[in-house]
Design a binder for this molecule. Structure first.
Ligand SMILES: [Zn+2]
Length: 733
């Protein structure tokens, strides 16, 4: 998963800017699974069956019907499970994560903001509409009812008879699911149904403590921990719906207006679906791999954008296939949905948010991160409740590794070499332990520790080690201990011990020789800001020239910036306020690597007015008649202000007004002039703080595109003109 985070600087790690397969998916190992399950060999008169094929994986056959009006699913499920443990089992446990939706408290906190917004937008929706759950109607084996208990997202089935090691059992379950409204892994919103966690799946048995995993789904992060299995799932949906599922899809007619879509997905970590009547499907096949993008055709040139994403997906898959181990499935699917600031990985599929404007695809890092999860989550599984480092750390490192090898200077290894503070939680922590900072620990620190291993070993040896790790754990669940064993075998005990300390001890930080120097860090930050600001304006080309944050973009692109202070302020208070505003800007400029020229004296201003200042973007501060620049160019300013609709004379005439406006430079239409003004002697006590806050906000790339705003004497915005920035909501506090 990838979540857009608020950082102190509000600089995001990544700007989430960001044909049916005919061949049967064999996976590399097993064939047609389900036919075997349908005709079990019955051993004596017992419930149990010997598995003649010695099939190691569980097999699911699910038949389900989506009621898109009531937003329910009715399903039957046949599961054949072989006891691969050394223990005799008298019960089997399934996860029923759909039940996380029984109450708001058990639902994921990750979607809370989205749901609050959706609730506000749809006042007819009641709190209970945002809830759901799964009812288990019955569980049988060979037609005989079995006792079961479904509570706290765990379905415990008593087998009635012991299941010996090596024996198999086939269970039949019948269930009804209510799909919650809003944003959840299982949810419906507008014209889409997101279908993760919708039927009971076997939990993982822990041989060490002889128990099944009964952990309910994480409310803070994610806990998708499964054994790979063979799936054959048939969904009955309206005939005009497109449905994305993993594996090979075949379509048959069903009753009037309906169809049945069957997915065969063997050796697969998990099974999800996404369906919508409005999905378009774009499909490209290269070298036996078909990539499909399920998307909404809701803007001009969308198909071209989708094709570029598919192209990028091929690049990414090929890179990891070469580095780690071949992507084994014949298809990969990408689904567009309404998730905000989040993207989610599933086996053979990823869920992305809505494409907005013209995205910067090559720098859309979340897209690369999610694809990397095909190796670290889907192919190599792990317990993402207990050892999230294994999937998130490696997915994030792999994303950076890809960019580095693409020669992308902004998203390559420098991202990792830029070391933030150390954190007291170790990398091998559980989700519970890291609380609300999984991003900082598992992703940022995680990828750093992996980078350290990469530097320690060198690229060739590191790749070799990763291939061994892949070969050993593909379709299985890895552990940190297992990974360390691979490190020991490939690189020796000393390197293992050092690296183990990195993972298991608190306060990990990257070895200083692998970090950026202070100068490199400053240069890196400048490049980051430059890229982010620019990508915002490239993505939204319709945003007018006269936009406050654009002055930062232009400066970062290399145009000069001059700040002209008022030299005729009439009180100490006004001077202090001007200094405060300047300091505030300077703090931000320093982080971003912007070095403006500052003019404080009238004589300097006069000397530069005709030449240098005609070529510079200008920030002017203060009362109009106290600032030499405004005085000198007043008539030009008024004219330019008029074109953006800012009634300059009218506003400047009033007392106790403050605010800002941006216009084209009175001399030079390719430059901007931004004026932070007040009309009284100084800002009133109620206005000063809001004025300072708003000034900084007006320059931020993640805020709305301001053209002008005026604050009244209480510090409230009385007039403003801005263009909505679709990303602003992602950064809202
Ligand atoms: Zn992730």
């Amino acid at each position: 998963m990838n979540k857009l985070k608020h950082l102190n600087t509000k600089l995001p790690k990544c700007m989430i800017a960001g044909s049916l397969v005919v061949a049967l998916s064999t996976g590399p190992v097993f064939g047609t699974g389900i036919a075997m399950a349908a005709k079990p060999t019955i051993q004596n008169d017992s419930l149990l069956e010997a598995d003649a094929a010695v099939h190691q994986l569980a097999r699911y056959q699910v038949d389900a019907r989506l009621d898109e009006k009531k937003m329910t699913i009715h399903g039957t499920e046949t599961v054949t499970y072989r006891n691969n443990t050394k223990d005799t089992l008298d019960n089997i446990v399934f996860h029923t994560f759909a039940d996380a939706n029984r109450s708001k408290e058990t639902q994921s906190g990750m979607f809370e903001n989205s749901n609050e917004r959706m609730a506000k937008e749809n006042p007819d929706k009641k709190p209970e509409d945002f809830l759901g759950g799964i009812d288990i109607n019955n569980v049988k084996s060979l037609g005989q009812p079995l006792k079961f208990d479904n509570s706290n997202q765990a379905l415990k089935v008593a087998l009635g008879q012991a299941l010996q090691p090596g024996q198999s059992i086939t269970l039949e379950l019948e269930f009804d699911v209510k799909i919650p409204y809003g944003s959840q892994r299982l949810s419906h919103y507008k014209n889409i149904i997101n279908g993760a966690h919708w039927f009971p799946v076997l939990s993982v048995y822990n041989p060490a403590d002889h128990t099944w995993d009964k952990t309910p789904y994480s409310t803070t992060f994610e806990s998708d921990y499964y054994d790979s299995a063979d799936y054959q799932v048939t969904m009955n949906v309206p005939a005009d719906y497109q449905i994305s599922m993993p594996g090979t899809l075949t379509v048959q007619d069903a009753e009037a207006g309906r169809k049945m879509v069957t997915a065969t997905a063997n050796n697969t970590r998990e099974f999800v679906f996404f369906t919508s009547p409005d999905f378009k499907v774009e499909s490209v096949t290269r070298d036996g791999l078909t990539i499909q993008y399920y998307y909404f055709d809701n803007q001009k040139d969308k198909k071209q954008i989708i094709d570029q994403y598919i192209d990028q997906a091929f690049k990414v898959i090929n890179f990891f296939s070469e580095k780690y181990g071949k992507y084994p499935y014949p298809e990969f699917r990408i689904v567009e949905s309404y998730v905000e600031g989040i993207a989610v990985e599933f086996s053979r599929m990823i869920q992305m948010g809505m494409i907005e404007g013209q995205p910067d695809i090559s720098n859309h890092s979340a897209f690369v991160h999610e694809i990397a999860h095909q190796w670290f989550h889907s192919l190599i599984g792990n317990n993402s409740e207990k050892e999230s480092f294994l999937d998130e750390g490696f997915a994030d490192f792999s994303m950076v590794y890809f960019y580095e090898k693409q020669g992308n200077p902004l998203n390559g290894f420098k991202v990792i070499q830029f070391d933030e503070v150390s954190l007291d939680s170790p990398l091998d922590a559980t989700n519970d332990k890291v609380g609300d900072s999984p991003d900082a620990i598992f992703y940022k620190k995680g990828r750093q520790a992996i980078y350290e291993l990469y530097r320690t070993l060198g690229e060739e040896k590191f790749d070799e080690l990763m291939q061994t790790y892949f070969d050993q754990y593909v379709y299985k669940n890895a552990t940190i201990e297992g990974l360390l064993q691979v490190v020991e075998n490939k690189a020796g005990k000393k390197i293992r011990d050092e690296w183990e300390a990195d993972l298991r001890q608190p306060n990990y930080s990257l070895k200083s020789e692998y970090r950026l120097t202070a100068d490199e860090e400053a240069a890196y930050m400048y490049e980051q800001f430059k890229s982010i600001y620019h990508s915002v304006f490239v993505q939204f080309p319709e945003v007018p020239s006269e936009t406050m944050s654009r002055i930062i973009d232009k400066t970062l692109q290399g145009e000069p910036l001059t700040i002209i202070l008022s030299d005729r302020l009439t009180s100490d208070k006004a001077t202090k306020q001007q200094d405060q505003l300047l300091n505030q800007f300077q703090g931000f400029f320093q982080i971003a690597g912007i070095k403006p020229t500052i003019i404080t004296e009238r004589q300097v201003l006069k000397n530069k007015l005709k030449k240098e200042l005609g070529d510079s973007n200008i920030i002017v501060i203060g009362k109009p008649d106290a600032n030499g620049f405004v005085q000198a160019l007043k008539s030009g300013i008024i004219k330019r202000a008029d074109t953006v609709g800012f009634k300059w004379q009218e506003i400047m005439k009033k007392s106790n007004q403050s605010g800002a406006y941006i216009i084209k430079h009175p001399y030079n239409q390719n430059r901007l002039m931004l004026h932070y003004f007040w009309t009284g002697d100084h800002l009133s006590d109620q206005t000063a703080d809001p004025f300072m806050a708003k000034a900084l906000e007006s320059l931020n790339f993640s805020n709305h595109f301001y053209q002008y705003y005026v604050l009244n004497n209480a510090g409230k915005s009385s007039i403003e003109q801005k263009i909505e920035n679709p990303y602003a909501k992602l950064f809202a506090e």
